[in-house]
Design a binder for this molecule. Sequence first.
Ligand SMILES: [Zn+2]
Length: 566
Amino acid sequence: MRWHRVWIGLLLFLGAPLATAALAQEPAYDLLIRGGRIIDGSGNPWFAGEVAVKGGKIVAVGRVPAGKATREIDAAGLIVAPGFIDMHSHSDTLLLEDGHAQSKIRQGVTTEVLGEGSSAGPRVGKLEPEKMMAGGKAIEWRTLGEYFAALEKSSVSVNVASYVGIDNVWQSVMGKSYERPSPAQFQEMQAIVEQAMQDGAIGLSTMLAMPPGSLATTDDLVLLCQPVAKHGGLFSTHNRNEGTGVFDAIREAIAVGERAKIPVDIIHVKIADQSYWGRMKEIVELIEAARARGVNVQTNIYPYTRGNNNLSSIIPPWAHEGGKGEFLARLKKSADRERMKKEIRGGIPGWYNHFTAVGGDWSRMLISGKSQYEGQTMDRVIALRTMKLETKPDDLDVLFDLLLEEEGSIPTVYAHHTEEDMNLALVQPWCSIGSDGSAYATEGSLRRGNPHPRNFGTFPRVLGVYSRQRKLLTLEDAVRKMTSLNAAKIGLSDRGLVREGLAADLCLFDPLKVLDRATYTDPFHYNDGIECVVVNGQVVLDRGGTHTGAKPGRVLRKQTSAAVAN
Ligand SMILES: [Zn+2]
């Protein structure tokens, strides 16, 4: 008995200092951010406080319990916000080429949401698997699950979520044909959507203005949304028509949401035809009316008045049937050229045409893809190509020739919407930020073409131009539109806020300096004022503007209700 007490006494005597020593060696936090103003992503006003991070998670916010940190960051003068979620991104294959995601990380983006008409997967049935070189190795995938696995294997700096794109689903079953699918073929499509949802897709995305997406009727969309609704996913849509058919197209998106009982996010809402400029109010009214009767329709937007598409989109849909080979063959046939000219200038009912949308003004088309003419507007290109000719050809013949030379694809920036319309959409409470851009870089192989500046500047532009300079949005609301609003749309419950227990995705920026520097004619510039970016607790962009090379990004597969039930 006595010996027992002695032993306990000895243990207490020796053990206490040993335990304290061990505690002293193990820092309480991996990261402690001090002295900043926290804008937590909810839209609430900023508050002063600290943010502590441990094991990739935010463990304390505000008054943080005392404890040592492996790294402390002085955030005096800075805003500490959640990392930005890019609601509409096209980085799919670029992230495998270079996982550093430079142009996104340097905007404060910590999560990319991929997928529009097409998505990285699935590519099954009649669609060839995707093949590319990544890190000197040939890789190949078919399903969205395999794409996710490839991303995880190669590792990336940002988190990634993805929709399943309708083009993949449609072409996996229908190939290049424009025929109406049979009921059995629709069942096949539904099964492909179901599989993609099980692989972790967050919903179905579409681009309805061009084939093959444009082949799907409203009824077809409702049908294909059924497996998505079952998993609690989202329907995300680039409208069938952003020009003179835009109101019907918005009505269609609402109808899909209403009939399939599924939330809807309209991609880059805009009015992209000069004859309808100034009518954004009518879109807002349509969406508000739908919301009032219980249909959850929302939108995303990029803070620019020019869009990016392709000069090939000027060519009527029928000429694209059968794929690139047949498209190029038609561009060579004079009878087909004559029909195209008539339809491009005169229009086809229901078809959105970039040419008439910009009033046939070639100076409002800037070549953005890799091309001998990159960075030049089409009026100059046409002048260059025809200046030595005695009889000037039809401008459209110059376009057809150029498309033939460039294998049918010339990415182009179209100046087709207005500041007034864009601003009215931007300030709506349900309108969030998505860049519609990709992760490029100012150096190396991802310095490519003359891309739209949104690839580099979207998020700092919202903060610098539309919040600080023009005061359209409070800083808190601007941050909400980039963080918790997008997280809520795609069902990410553990990101989008600076809150204890959530993943430590953070962006520290200087509210007085933050600004985009990329322009249409000189896009390869990162931004001012994005000071530090943390992804899953790891510093990816460090003070002083260095990318640390860290690749802590994760694939964010949708936790579907079906998966939870399993
Ligand atoms: Zn789009």
